[in-house]
Design a protein around this ligand. Structure first.
Ligand code: BGC
Length: 832
């Protein structure tokens, strides 16, 4: 272990011995949605957990404190820099300390298997080495400041469809060599203090009950001493989960353990020593984060999420990961006297984060329009074109005012069964979570959302969330609806609530009121035929509710004409396209990589009219770009966090180099990937690509040539590779051969630039895929050369031998490839 381990010499077993069985078991289920029980008699303070991983949201799911929103995981990973990952861990630790949070629920280190995975934006890459090393650096950044990290989700949780019920069918070899590898690296190099067990089953056994993965591999073979918690509502059983290595059920206060687990111990089904072991691990975590034997001292001062230093940092981190995929005739960076037609819905409504539990409440989200207009002033003409969302958004603050306080936003009233208003609060995101840790004295029976329309005109008004709704404008009913969850996965009802809208001609100053009567029902069995704690939670009416309000979209022809006219009048057209949390969010997957709405038509209309066209892709994961050859430049900006628009302006203008390299291969067409389907058949999802995940499969010819390979990215430099030599073939003990390389290269471009030298290994065995084995980076001035040394990782020379149930070493030989992504191989080095 190379991390600082703050474990003290406390004898946890002695503390546990002072507790009776019910007290011990009580500690093993959360106290609330995000906190744990304390136990005064042994000096245990309650711990607080928070999502993770792109900000520290705090204890509230919606409407919490303003917190820093960092760029999303793929954008950060695109810097291919452990220093960046570590810096983000440190930043999140400061955010956690500010809110008195002990454990941050991240990093997400599942892999990008099928590009359709809805949650890939939250995870780093399709490659296990890149993922594992960045995760280790992030965890060290957090934990060196005494804040716990939580690796999630263990394991084989690469898609969202039916995630609570599906079974990932994966060979032991693929598990060991690919899907467990990032966890292994983060345990080995950073000793992550906690891990989260996934929702899904793995090879027929629930992840929360996986004796093999949890006990045998992670705790046994790797010697991991941390706390294994469940994903929220993932635990389905008492004895099998406790015996299967799970140490903590989340969330609380209810769940399948409690009295049932006490009875299991009393009946002998679960040895009490198993409970003791779980409590020891919980105490060790508490000790590490300062919640055992005295209260942790939190810093008296902290950096606000909108402090100038924080803002500059977030802006820099975002630009560093942006990827230049095309730059014909060096159209980028743009000169400051360029006139720009800035076009696209994502230009004005830039998507700065993904959806689901990674969402935070940031102080602001800077759009590209704001960032570029501030930099270029009158030189920018902004055209908002075309709709990109199928669903209507919660009312934006510029469209509504609170009828009581007159602030931008809405008023929310929680009303009990007797009609008494228990809580009336202002909300600036027009969204509320009911039935989940809301600190109310009695359950909310009626929820009233009220707003004054700040602008008049054709307006789409509506509601989202399950229950029975009535919508009124100035006291007159304009509609009513009963919304129920669609789709087989009840989790979707919570994170992707159903909605209803109507188009109205709204007068400025009109009072819009949406009243929800919570509907409670009998818990329904899930697709697995079982009634789970999640079924109970959904049936209680829990979930996100919102007041929707936005402008009615203009006719497409009109919008395209405006866009083309603006493009014609400017030196350069910059079109911002992308995805939204409808595609990049939790609890559902994509069905296509095509850009939503008429965005392809928009790019084509602009490219035809403009002198030069730059496309900015505001998405974290692959999209199809059928117009790629018709435009001059393509810049991928991910989900760039709260300072997003400034970071994009910096990249476009070359204030900082967008020096990122892709972390996932981008397919050329729907279906053209080694793994595509995310829809389980009879709840089974076969990981048929086995160890040939992503670029490994593409390189083996298992899918049509991709549009862009993992590792692709131009930056603003141009690179000549002179020489690549093997420094030595080291042999670590009895372990595998791990060569070290020296690569000489020079920057032949006109600007300083950062190059990422990637080294892949193609083993000599026919059935072995190519794999990334190391990388190095250097920033080089124009006309200068440098030498980059790359160490390769011995773990990529192992092969899991299923018949021996043990690691073996690959045969000697094979070839090292020095490449700028496998589509641009610069040197080949045969190994003896
Ligand atoms: C997610 C976890 C998250 C948890 C708590 C779940 O839906 O899968 O990643 O940490 O919720 O919000």
């Amino acid at each position: 272990m190379t991390t600082t381990d703050t474990t003290t010499s406390t004898d946890y077993a002695a503390l546990v011995a002072r507790l009776d069985l019910p007290t011990k078991v009580r500690l093993l289920t959360g106290a609330t949605a995000f906190t744990l029980h304390g136990e005064e008699s042994i000096g245990l303070s309650p711990m607080a957990f928070s999502d993770g991983p792109t900000g520290v949201r705090g204890l509230k799911f919606t409407g919490g404190e303003k917190v820093a929103l960092v760029p999303n995981a793929t954008l950060l990973a695109s810097a291919w820099s452990e220093d960046t990952a570590r810096e983000v861990g440190e930043l999140l630790a400061e955010e956690a300390e500010r809110q008195q949070i002990h454990v941050v629920l991240g990093p997400t280190i599942n892999l990008h298997r099928s590009p359709l995975g809805g949650r890939l934006f939250e995870a780093y890459s399709e490659d296990p080495l890149l993922t594992g090393r960045l995760a280790a650096a992030y965890v060290n950044g957090l934990q060196d400041k005494g804040i716990g990290a939580c690796l999630k989700h263990l394991v084989a949780n690469e898609s969202e469809t039916l995630r609570n019920y599906m079974n990932s069918v994966v060979s032991e070899r693929a598990l060991r060599e690919v899907y467990l590898l990032p966890f292994e690296i983060a345990v080995d190099e950073a000793n992550a203090w906690s891990i989260m067990a996934a929702y899904n089953d793995v090879n027929g056994v629930a992840a929360t009950e996986q004796d093999h993965v949890n006990n045998v591999v992670v705790k046994g073979e790797w010697g991991w001493d941390g706390l294994l918690m469940s994903d929220w509502y993932a635990t389905k059983t008492s004895a099998p989960a406790a015996l299967g290595g799970l140490g903590l059920v989340m969330p609380g206060p209810d769940g399948p353990w409690g009295e049932a687990l006490v009875r299991d111990v009393e009946s002998g089904a679960v040895p009490e020593s198993v409970i003791d072991e779980h409590v020891c691990r919980l105490l060790r975590l508490a000790d590490r984060v300062g919640a055992l034997g005295g209260q942790r001292e939190w810093p008296a001062t902290s950096l606000a999420p909108d402090a100038p230093e924080r803002r500059a940092q977030l802006r820099r981190l975002a630009t560093d990961g942006m990827v230049v995929l095309r730059n014909e005739g060096d159209v980028l960076p743009l000169a400051r006297d360029t006139t720009v037609a800035l076009i696209g819905r994502h230009a004005v409504d830039t998507v700065c984060m993904g959806g689901g539990s990674a969402t935070v409440n940031p102080p602001h989200q800077v759009s590209v329009a704001q960032g570029l207009s501030e930099a270029l002033g009158d030189g920018v003409t902004v055209v908002d074109a075309v709709p990109v969302r199928a669903l209507t958004l919660p009312a934006r603050t510029d469209l509504v005012r609170d009828p009581e306080s007159d602030e931008p936003g809405i008023r929310v009233e929680h009303i009990d069964a007797a009609g008494e208003v228990m809580l009336a609060v202002h909300s600036d995101d027009a969204t509320v979570t009911t039935g989940w840790d809301d600190d109310l004295p009695r359950p909310t029976e009626v929820l009233r959302l009220r707003a004054v329309a700040a602008a008049g005109g054709q307006t789409r008004v509506g509601v989202s969330g399950t229950g029975s709704w009535v919508l009124r404008v100035d006291g007159d009913e304009v509609g009513s609806v009963v919304l129920t969850a669609e789709g087989a996965d009840p989790g979707e009802a919570v994170l992707k609530p159903p909605q209803w809208t109507t188009d109205l001609d709204l007068a400025e100053g009109a009072l819009v009121e949406a009243e929800l009567t919570i509907v409670r029902s009998e818990p329904q069995p899930g697709p697995d035929g079982k009634v789970s704690t999640l079924s109970h939670a959904i049936a209680s009416g829990m979930g996100m509710k919102g007041l929707l309000l936005e402008e009615v979209p203009r006719p497409l022809d009109e919008v395209l004409q405006d866009a083309a006219a603006a493009a014609r009048d400017a030196d350069v057209a910059v079109v911002v396209v992308g995805l939204t949390p409808e595609q990049e969010g939790e609890a559902a997957d994509k069905s296509t990589l095509a850009l939503p709405g008429e965005q392809d038509a928009l790019v084509r209309a602009v490219a035809e009219a403009a002198r030069r066209t730059v496309v900015v892709v505001n998405a974290a994961t692959p999209v199809l770009m059928p117009w790629a050859d018709e435009v001059d430049a393509i810049l991928v900006v991910g989900l760039p966090g709260q300072e997003g628009g400034y970071a994009v302006a910096d990249a476009l203008l070359g204030v900082r180099e967008p020096a990122g390299r892709l972390v996932t291969t981008w397919p050329a067409a729907d279906g053209a990937a080694p793994a595509w389907d995310v829809e389980p058949t009879d709840l089974q999802l076969e990981y048929g690509d086995d160890t040939f995940v992503g670029y490994r499969g593409w390189h083996a010819g298992r899918a049509a040539t991709p549009a862009f390979w993992l590792g692709a990215g131009e930056g603003y430099g141009a690179w000549e590779y002179a020489d690549a030599t093997l420094v030595e073939d080291t042999v670590e003990g009895d372990g595998p051969q791990t060569p070290r390389l020296r690569v000489s290269l020079s920057n032949t471009g006109p600007r300083p630039s950062r190059e990422v030298v990637q080294v892949y290994f193609q083993p000599s065995e026919d059935d072995e895929p190519v794999r990334l084995v190391g990388w190095g980076a250097a920033t080089v001035d124009p006309g200068e050369g440098t030498t980059v040394e790359v160490e390769t990782d011995p773990r990529l020379w192992r092969r899991w031998d299923e018949s021996a149930n043990a690691w073996s070493t690959l045969q000697p030989g094979g070839e090292l490839l020095v490449a700028r992504g496998l589509g641009d191989i610069r040197a080949r080095l045969p190994l003896a």
